[in-house]
Design a protein around this ligand. Sequence first.
Ligand code: C2E
Ligand code: CA
Ligand code: CA
Ligand code: CA
Length: 278
Amino acid sequence: AKADGRGTWRFFEVEMDIRLQARRALELDLREALANGEFQLHYQPIYDFRAQRIGGFEALVRWIHPTRGLVPPGDFIAIAEEIGLIVPLGAWCLKTACRDAMRWPDGIKVAVNVSAVQFRDEIIVASVRDALADSHLPPKRLELEITESVLLKDNLATLATLHALRRVGVRIAMDDFGTGYSSLSYLRSFPFDKIKIDQSFVRDITPDADSGLIVRAVIGLGASLGMRTTGEGIETEIQFDRLAAEGCDEGQGYFIAKPGPAATVHETITRWSGARLT
Ligand code: C2E
Ligand code: CA
Ligand code: CA
Ligand code: CA
């Protein structure tokens, strides 16, 4: 048993070593990726239930690695934050998203995810101003999506930055609502334009009429606070119809469309224009 244990341990060490090397290799590649033009933005539509049309798109970054192919953000955003790449990468995302949005029909918005690290100092305010000036996109067509991790950092400085961004004229959405520790107290300290209800709650909506009670409650909360609500991760027609019936403002998810390259945006808008055929 002792020999087995030792053997297992050695195997574990080797495995850790391989993982560390893989992570280091990825990190080295990531440092070059921005200069090599390996990032792309994909866009996922956000459906406006009342207007019954696409109201905007969320920009989601993709890394097209020369040998690995498509690397999802979950595999590199944390590393990019650690090595400080997220600041120039975030600025690139803002600039690219604003330029792309200028080619869309008037009024269609673009939402960009902002990482906690980008939020340190007031660099983010300059990045947003630069992206708007470079593209000539009206500020009200740009929305920033912020998760609670951003807000946790340093409450007063964060609030000052949020207010500075608000003065620039962009909209601010609280992303992944309900997954953090203090979702409710953040709603009290800052007037978000929008609450994005995390997909884990939307997933609870089943044909059972008693399902999705949290989603219903958050939609009510948004209504009483004067904040718009967006249901994320809609995968079924039942979830789509229920969110519409409950008075949710917007919906997003594979049922409407998966994220796609910038070239798919116009076709997606057309496919969802006019009343939905059932
Ligand atoms: P998020 O901001 O919550 O984005 C939504 C994620 O859910 C996206 O994954 C999207 O593809 C996925 N999704 C959308 N609809 C559905 C659905 O119906 N079912 C399921 N199962 N998933 C759905 P993605 O693109 O892999 O992005 C993952 C996360 O990476 C994002 O979560 C966001 O936190 C982060 N991220 C993506 N792009 C950026 C970026 O440009 N900057 C920063 N800082 N973070 C980003
Ligand atoms: Ca988001
Ligand atoms: Ca989200
Ligand atoms: Ca998420």
